[in-house]
Structure formats: C-alpha cells, structure tokens
Write a protein that binds this ligand. Structure first.
Ligand SMILES: [Cu+2]
Length: 275
C-alpha cells in the first residue's frame, strides 16, 4: 500500500530514494512526457475550442489526482517503496528549510537568471536538463517568494468550510470548494503557491520542477480532507454539462476504453493514503 508522507517527516533514506527515483524516471525519458502532457493540457484548457479537463474547471482535482497516480506508478517501477511526499506550505514556509534543502529539492535560484545552483536538480549535476520549456533556459529556475506570501492555514480553513464542490459557471468564476482551492476566488491558494515558487512552476511547464508533485499532493490531500468532512457532498457536475467533465465522463488524455472518470478516483484510498 502506498503511503504518502509529509516531506518534513521523511528519513534521509526516504529522501534519497525519492530523489533517485525521480532522476531515474527523467533519465528514462518518461518524466518529460509528463511535463509535455501537462503543458498540452494547460494550453488546451485556455482554448475555448476545447472542454477544459485540468484547469479552471471541476475536473481540476480528479485530473491532477489521476496525473499524480500515473507519475507515482512510474516512480514505483524504479523503487516500489517510493511514494510522492506532500509539501504542507501552511507549516513549511521558510525559503531555506525543507523541502528547499540540498538532499531533497535544492534551494532558491540565484539572482539574475534564477538558476537553481544546489541540490540534486541543479543544472551542474547533469541529471536535470530542462527540455520541455517555454523559453531557452536549459536549467531549473526558482524565486521562492515575491509580492505575496504562501497561503496560510486560515486561508485553507476558509476553503474547507465550503460544503459545495463546484457550481455554475464551472470555471474560474465559480463559487465553491474546487475553485477556491484552485485559487481563482478570494485568496489565491493552489495558484499562489505556483507563483511563490516561481520559475518554471509559474508556467504551463510547471512539472519541470519536482516540487510540483509535492505541492499537488498537498492540494490532493486537502481535497481528501474535504471529502471526509462532507461525505454527502460529491463531485459536481453529475451530468449533461456541455462545458465541463461530468462525474462519469472521461478526462482527456485518459479517454477510451481505459479512460478515467472523476467517479473512478473519488476514493483515493484505493490507490494510497496520507499520513
Ligand atoms: Cu498546480
């Protein structure tokens, strides 16, 4: 059984195993397929010609849950004991503490070009060339900080207090839990964390930074917390919604016979648990 842990509680061995597995998935060429998938999805989600399935839409949470499950499977092909840790940014708020340490993700980028200079994903290691990108920089970039701080526990509590999953118009203007957690309503939550990390994390190619997985694992955990708090509030919409993925509709790119619907991933304990 896969158990996802708070990154702050990983042992030195667990940190090393996670980092080694991420680098091996990159070496196999599979990591960059995940980056490309996210970029393609993100760009299509901004295009009115496509039904959104990953961003600014109800399936934001189940889409990313499935995306993390698929990535975690790749890590476990390398080392069965590895899972995706989560970064609780309501408590781990320092620019220099874990996960921004040399034996996990490395730290902030340097002044000027924002290049990450330490840790396993520094360009100088040779293990982390950025090939799926929006600019010409071949190195991982981060700022860690900026105009606005990381979201706080009270920001999270305000989102968790909303008992309705989502509502019309099912987009970035919708009231409800999903859009508030995504960070389009009121305080920026999930979106603000992308902006705070900066560099590639602020772009459609955000999975280039391995912190993407730790951030989205925490967002996924918050959804799981919300699901436990409101057992009678299910995923919405449930049917006949032309501009959104309904409960039993597949989410691109997981379509066809082996497609994945929101309904199939609502119970995360079929795949992993959080401690
Ligand atoms: Cu995200």
């Amino acid at each position: 059984m896969t158990v996802r842990k708070n990154q702050a509680n990983l042992t030195a061995t667990e940190r090393k195993n996670f980092v080694d597995a991420v680098i091996e998935v990159k070496r196999r060429g599979v990591y960059d397929e995940f980056v490309t998938l996210h970029r393609t999805r993100f760009i299509q989600d901004m295009d009115p010609a496509h039904i959104r399935t990953g961003h600014n839409t109800p399936s934001f949470l189940p889409w990313h849950r499935q995306y993390l499950i698929a990535f975690e499977r790749e890590l476990q092909k390398v080392n069965w004991s590895v899972s995706i840790p989560y970064w609780d940014w309501t408590t781990a708020r320092s620019r220099t503490g874990s996960p921004w340490v040399a034996d996990l993700l490395g730290g902030a980028g340097r002044d000027g070009d924002q290049q990450v200079m330490d840790g396993p994903f520094a360009h100088s290691t040779g293990d982390w060339p950025i090939t799926v990108q929006v600019d010409t920089h071949p190195f991982l970039r981060r700022t860690l900080g900026g105009t606005y701080p990381l979201p706080s526990q009270s920001d999270v509590d305000a989102a968790l207090a909303l008992p309705t999953y989502d509502a019309p118009p099912w987009n970035e203007n919708a009231p409800g839990f999903r859009n508030t957690l995504e960070g389009n309503q009121g305080v920026w939550l999930h979106n603000q964390v992308h902006i705070w990390v900066g560099g590639q994390m602020g772009q459609p190619v955000s999975p280039n930074d391995p912190v993407f997985w730790l951030h989205h694992a925490f967002v996924d955990k918050l959804w799981a917390d919300w699901q436990r708090r409101y057992p009678n509030s299910g995923y919405l919409p449930t049917g006949n919604t032309p501009d959104a993925v309904d409960l039993n509709e597949t989410m691109a790119p997981w379509t066809g016979v082996n497609g994945v619907t929101p309904a199939q991933v609502l119970d995360h304990t079929r795949y992993y648990t959080y401690v």
